[in-house]
Design a protein around this ligand. Structure first.
Ligand SMILES: O=C[C@H](O)COP(=O)(O)O
Length: 315
């Protein structure tokens, strides 16, 4: 396979695709999904190897990774001061000299992602920047609060001004194959989002196998998710390349069947350039360059920026 960073990133696009309206649950489609684990593992190995060495567009992809980043803080001891500082970083993710060196003046991240309580602080700190505020919601990170409380939490975060809502699925519904209940759960949260974009976290590390990951991903898209996201960052196993590829295949299948383009957000434990690039390479390979835009691809990451800065400084 060609070295990934021999390919140039596409020009930046800022127009979001049409919202995914969802569709009725299709149990026959879900039943027909069966993931070939060995084939996915082989694909992951090949894609990972395509990122072993830096090509001529390595730095350009790192700048794109920043533009596609949900700069995140999700700690129990988050404070307004920490969130304000994060928002300053979101506005200017690279020091001025480093930005100048790479011709990246005016570069910003894709969004800032926080808990509900920090939405007003983030909105105030990002005012005029055009950077959206995303809130984790619906009983994050376990998704096991009451359905009523989860819907109310989404409504509250939308009312507070978040324009992107990252909800988590109750894993037990996927683990027991209760796709109807999972579909209805996500559908209610999608309705509660109104105009806010719904990102649906599958928590792939807790779903047992890749076939369950694929079926949960398809169910989320049928229920109207705008983005499917791998992990919360709180599971023992967070984003993995095989789970990501499985989700990318379902995004491709959903696009083929419905014409709707669903975003992809690898998140959780992605803290180095070497770990991050294969997710972009996989998205490029399975969905094409059009998907590598902040409107369709996001990294959820609390510490990746640090390694990107160090890599750019050394290159
Ligand atoms: O959604 C984003 C994740 O929670 C961030 O996870 P991380 O802290 O492992 O980068």
């Amino acid at each position: 396979m060609r070295r990934f960073t021999d390919i140039a990133p596409p020009p930046l696009a800022t127009t979001y695709p049409a919202r995914n309206p969802g569709q009725p649950l299709d149990p026959d489609w879900l039943d027909s999904v069966q993931v070939d684990d060995a084939a996915i593992e082989a694909e992951a190995t090949e894609i990972d190897a395509s990122c072993n060495n830096a090509g001529p567009h390595h730095a350009a992809w790192l700048l794109r990774a920043i533009q596609c980043m949900d700069l995140t803080t999700l700690s129990g001891d988050d404070t307004p001061e920490r969130v304000k500082a994060l928002c300053q970083t979101a506005r200017a993710p690279l020091p001025a000299d480093l930005a100048a060196k790479h011709g990246a003046g005016g570069l910003t991240v894709g969004a800032v992602c926080v808990y509900h309580a920090m939405i007003p602080t983030a909105l105030a700190a990002l005012e005029g920047s055009g950077i959206p505020v995303a809130a984790v919601s619906a009983g994050f990170p376990a998704g096991l609060s009451s359905p009523r409380a989860r819907v109310a939490e989404v409504e509250d975060s939308v009312a507070a001004g978040a324009t992107e809502i990252d909800i988590v699925i109750p894993r037990y519904l996927a683990l027991s194959g209760n796709w109807t209940a999972l579909y209805e759960d996500i559908r209610a949260l999608r309705a509660a989002c109104g105009d806010a974009h719904l990102k649906c976290i599958l928590s792939v590390g807790e779903l047992g196998d890749l076939t369950t990951v694929a079926r949960a991903s398809l169910t989320a898209m049928m229920a109207g998710a705008d983005v499917v996201k791998t992990s919360t960052g709180k599971e023992a196993t967070n984003a993995t390349l095989p789970a990501a590829l499985t989700m990318l295949h379902t995004i491709h299948a959903y696009h083929q069947a419905t014409g709707h383009r669903i975003g992809f957000k690898p998140a959780g434990g992605i803290s180095t350039v070497r770990a991050a690039l294969p997710y972009m390479a996989a998205t490029h390979a399975r969905l094409g360059p059009d998907w590598l835009q902040p409107t369709l691809f996001r990294f959820g990451a609390s510490s990746l920026l640090k390694d990107i800065r160090a890599t750019l400084a050394a290159s």
